[in-house]
Design a binder for this molecule. Structure first.
Ligand code: HEC
Ligand code: HEC
Ligand code: HEC
Ligand code: HEC
Ligand code: HEC
Ligand code: HEC
Ligand code: HEC
Length: 272
């Protein structure tokens, strides 16, 4: 009899959890809102919190607002004024972004950092914020300008996804250089529109085959270092390479394609 009661209660619990998870995975937006704070404090965790947030394991409400789910304002309460984040070019956008969970999920276990950069989400959030929070001519003109900077809407019309075959149209509206110009390996020789050639997943381009070492077009794609435009070039570089009459633009007379320190007829050379 007692055992039966227990089994009955367990069955109800199982059923409840079943319903909970159904709601959790199918009702979209306000999933956690179905439950009061007390109710979800008692719920089984969807997964352990990350190392950095594990101290909040008994304080679900630090991130979850009853009835609304995870709100950016909760995150910002603890993370506003993170100087190093706002000063690094690629993450400076945190000053204007009004949503967090797109790139910072949780409950994936103690070993998994809660960050995955999602450029598509970035563009979505940008458009949403431009429409909702910052109507043209509003008080937040500066925020609006910063948003436009990284969405790149100031670029000439027709700039969309044309010539950006490796990007989705939504990604193509991003102005890559606002966040990545410091990483430009081509010192502006290829322009500022990184998305013409690069995807958002990784900087390497598997299809890329470097032109032949016998090419004479090196200078079309490569910029010589500042020292090549000073006395150093005649006095050291040209002598080392035994090419006293070479012009700076004739990279191919002195350089190999393996490494800039691999000098033709000399081998590895590093000046100090
Ligand atoms: C450091 C912040 C943080 C804390 C603390 C936290 N969560 Fe979450 N939780 C999240 C994030 C982020 C998501 C993903 C939300 C999304 O994708 O919309 C999430 C998702 C969930 C979900 C999936 C349904 C939903 O709301 O999206 C459940 C259930 C949940 N959390 C329960 C809990 C419980 C129970 C606790 C306390 C034991 C807790 N959480 C503590 C950040 C947190
Ligand atoms: C009660 C305060 C608090 C809340 C609320 C909180 N965090 Fe944190 N968070 C911390 C602390 C403390 C750390 C660890 C030290 C640090 O990096 O600042 C941390 C770390 C992080 C990290 C770095 C984690 C890593 O392993 O690299 C990210 C990203 C982050 N939080 C994002 C969020 C987001 C997004 C939310 C909202 C869903 C949130 N935090 C809510 C206090 C909080
Ligand atoms: C479009 C994606 C995206 C959105 C949206 C986003 N972040 Fe981030 N966040 C990142 C990336 C990428 C990093 C850099 C992580 C790294 O350097 O490893 C980062 C870093 C952080 C860090 C620093 C972590 C550390 O290691 O010190 C914190 C804190 C943080 N974000 C909080 C937030 C908060 C709060 C929000 C919402 C207001 C938010 N983020 C929105 C992508 C995003
Ligand atoms: C608002 C800022 C922002 C914009 C705009 C932006 N990115 Fe990023 N991107 C980031 C952040 C943040 C990261 C995370 C890594 C980091 O901290 O450098 C990142 C990472 C990357 C990576 C490296 C991925 C990896 O894991 O190695 C590539 C490639 C990249 N972005 C390409 C692009 C391209 C191409 C565009 C334009 C279509 C673009 N990004 C636009 C902020 C931005
Ligand atoms: C005209 C095409 C083109 C444009 C535009 C371009 N790149 Fe590249 N980039 C390349 C090619 C090709 C490579 C070599 C890829 C490889 O070796 O896998 C490369 C390599 C890189 C690498 C090194 C990848 C690695 O890890 O070896 C970085 C970083 C990079 N580009 C950043 C940028 C940034 C930032 C911009 C925009 C300011 C940009 N690129 C614009 C064609 C381009
Ligand atoms: C069509 C454009 C193009 C031409 C022409 C070209 N390169 Fe490159 N080269 C690249 C790109 C793109 C990369 C990869 C990105 C980077 O490292 O700058 C690269 C990489 C290199 C590297 C490797 C740099 C490193 O540190 O890993 C060397 C060395 C190099 N090129 C030398 C040459 C020389 C010498 C010539 C002429 C014989 C030449 N290249 C012609 C586009 C070109
Ligand atoms: C007359 C020969 C000569 C010509 C022409 C020349 N270089 Fe160099 N370059 C050198 C020598 C020698 C070194 C190494 C020692 C030094 O700094 O002088 C060097 C160094 C470099 C380095 C720096 C390597 C490092 O790690 O410090 C780069 C990058 C480079 N050259 C690129 C170019 C490019 C691009 C061109 C063409 C636009 C070019 N060079 C033309 C001889 C030359």
């Amino acid at each position: 009899m007692k055992l039966g009661h227990f089994a009955g209660a367990a069955a109800i619990l199982v059923a409840l959890f079943g319903v909970y998870y159904l709601l959790g995975s199918h009702s979209g937006g306000e999933r956690s809102g179905v439950f009061s704070k007390v109710a979800w404090q008692r719920m089984a965790l969807p997964g352990e919190l990350s190392q950095a947030h594990s101290f909040l394991a008994h304080n679900c409400a630090a991130c979850h607002t009853a009835g609304k789910g995870v709100e950016a304002s909760n995150c910002i309460a603890c993370h506003a004024n993170n100087e190093s984040l706002l000063q690094r070019q690629p993450t400076a956008f945190h000053a204007n972004v009004g949503s967090c969970v797109e790139c910072h999920t949780e409950h994936r276990g103690i070993d998994k950092r809660p960050t995955d950069m999602d450029h598509l989400a970035l563009s979505r959030i940008g458009f949403r914020q431009l429409k909702a929070d910052h109507p043209p001519g509003g008080e937040d003109e500066r925020v609006r300008k910063d948003l436009l900077d990284w969405i790149g809407q100031h670029q000439p019309a027709g700039h969309g996804s044309e010539g950006h075959s490796s990007l989705t149209p939504r990604e193509a509206v991003l102005n890559c250089a606002t966040c990545h110009s410091n990483k430009d390996r081509h010192v502006k020789l290829f322009g500022q529109d990184c998305g013409q050639c690069h995807t958002t997943a990784k900087w390497t381009i598997p299809e890329f085959r470097h032109p032949s070492p016998t090419s004479k077009d090196c200078a079309q794609c490569h910029q010589a270092p500042p020292s090549h435009y000073m006395m150093h070039f005649q006095m050291i570089s040209a002598k080392v390479a035994c090419q006293p009459n070479a012009k700076v633009n004739q990279c191919y007379l002195c350089h190999q394609t393996t490494s800039w320190n691999d000098i033709k007829g000399v081998g590895w050379y590093k000046h100090h």
